[in-house]
Design a protein around this ligand. Sequence first.
Ligand code: PLP
Length: 375
Amino acid sequence: MPLPPARDKLLFTPGPLTTSLSVKQAMLHDAGSWHFEFNALVASVRDRLLKLAGVSRESGWETVLLQGSGTFGVEAVFQTCVPPDGKVAVLTNGAYGDRIIQMLKHAKIEHAVLRTAEDRPADPAALEALLSTDKAVTHVAVVHCETTTGILNPIATLGEVCRKHGKVNIVDAMSSFGAIPIDLEACGIDFLISSANKCVEGVPGFSFVLCRRAVLLACDGYARSLSLDLLGQLKGFEKNGQFRYTPPTHSILAFDQALRELDAEGGIGARGARYRRNHEALVEGMKKLGFRVYLDPSVQSCIITSFYFPDDPKFTFEQFYRRLSDKGFIVYPGKISQADTFRIGSIGRLFEADMRALLLAIGETVKEMGIQLNK
Ligand SMILES: *Cc1c(COP(=O)(O)O)cnc(C)c1O
């Protein structure tokens, strides 16, 4: 058997991410799903998520954990919360917005699509125009940080439009929650979805939904799915403190530790500041090497950055990827339909020194491949 590497390759990806050793070590236990100590941990995780989001049960908020990756949490919201005669307006400018449309098609839920180009944020004026004319719309859905490119959508302004028209507001904040402050009340959010393995820096295994309790309770009877029934899941927690079906025990143990480490770092503000420093070091270094950033800085998040392929036929992403992997760095392919790009994430347990090490490796790789960059 070959010897395992001294340390794992660093993940410059949109998740799962590089996690701390202590988060990984937290999983070196067996936990009984039925056992009171585990249930107490689940309750504590739910309480701390509400606190992290800056809301409380007293002010009408609730949080539900759901087995599976982030997509399962997003789909559960639509499966559970849209009435049979409901209609969802989806603002999309990337693959995750498009995935919401796919979910609605599968669930046979009526929807209207407001599309902007992949490098353009969602447009509140377009939403205003739609809601003024299409009175059938009951729900609005948008992705906060569209991880396809790294673009940020204006959830505060979109939330105002939703509130003005009295629509239920659903935000996929998968890749932003935990790093970019989100004022749930000010943004008029009813459902916010994120998952364990993004900016909280846990490991994959579950998603979580923060929501207004009254809005969720009003959805009784709508659920089109048994396992993705968010209200059913909440009732399960409230009945006996348990997940309805086998919980992701190790993932919860890791998440408990990840939440402690988020606190120790100084909370969302400090984590976001670290990611911003990572992002800035990355962009500065990549520009020096001659790479071009896809998005305009005014709409670019600090979560993940898309770079154009160099204008040199000697560049292939496969070669570039493999050579970086051999050096211990994992980057990410692009997902944009309108341009040839690759992506580099700045989230996870990564620091400026890691970004600089990556930049050195990219510089070497470019030389090895004999790629000309226009500096
Ligand atoms: C990661 C992510 C998801 C969920 O993807 P999974 O692969 O199911 O975890 C959804 N939306 C956004 C914006 C994401 O970044």
